[in-house]
Design a binder for this molecule. Sequence first.
Ligand code: ADP
Ligand code: ADP
Length: 229
Amino acid sequence: MIRFDHVTKTYPRSTRPALFDVSITIDRGEFVFIVGPSGSGKSTVLRLALREEQATSGAVLVAGQDLGRLPLRKVPRLRRDIGTVFQDFRLLGNKNVFQNVAFALQVLGKSGHYIRQVVPETLELVGLDGKAKRMPHELSGGEQQRVAIARAVVNRPSILLCDEPTGNLDPAISLDIVHLLDRINQTGTTIVMATHDDDIVNDMRRRVVELSDGVVVRDEEDSLYLPKG
Ligand code: ADP
Ligand code: ADP
């Protein structure tokens, strides 16, 4: 579903690569944590998969497409198949919960009939039934992140990329959020989550790809945050 083949990324005017010779293969339906300290390259992995950035060398393949050869006009279609969730929620502050989620479908030209059916189903999936008319500022951080997750998955993307989605949340709320992501993963969505929250990684025991200064230093199934031994 996502493959990095000897990917090096050096940002313009930067002397040191943000990623160096990174090879990762993520299969359909996997749940993968990308861990490592700030500046280790986690966000760069996600930006390359979204084609917000391009690899300096090596190949990035997402959903069967080689992003180095993907014409710009095909980038929107690629991104339609990838949901994104960020630390800072990024909700539209002047729209209520329903409208925030509906907006993701409106921009795809979906009918009002379809939207009125699918948005409530999605709000129920994320545990927000009954909150459709609340404004973002009336919600807790955990609830706001649930809205962001609903918006990210409402058009059923095959991939969900999460960049520190629990970075602004208390530990207990963070676990709720990652358990929600786990439920979404169980519906078949491939999930890649960048985090430096060791409690979450240790609770979940999923595949862990660890970056250090842009290099993969560990790639283990069913793993803890810290290397064993
Ligand atoms: P992380 O998500 O693990 O914090 P990043 O992928 O954001 O790491 O950053 C990896 C490295 O690349 C860091 O040294 C960061 O300063 C650098 N970097 C990130 N984005 C840019 C950019 N747009 N221009 C130059 N350097 C960048
Ligand atoms: P994160 O919180 O995911 O680690 P960063 O704080 O590294 O993200 O980056 C936030 C934004 O700043 C990104 O758009 C990134 O491209 C940009 N950025 C990060 N580091 C640099 C840098 N050294 N030079 C220029 N832009 C950077």
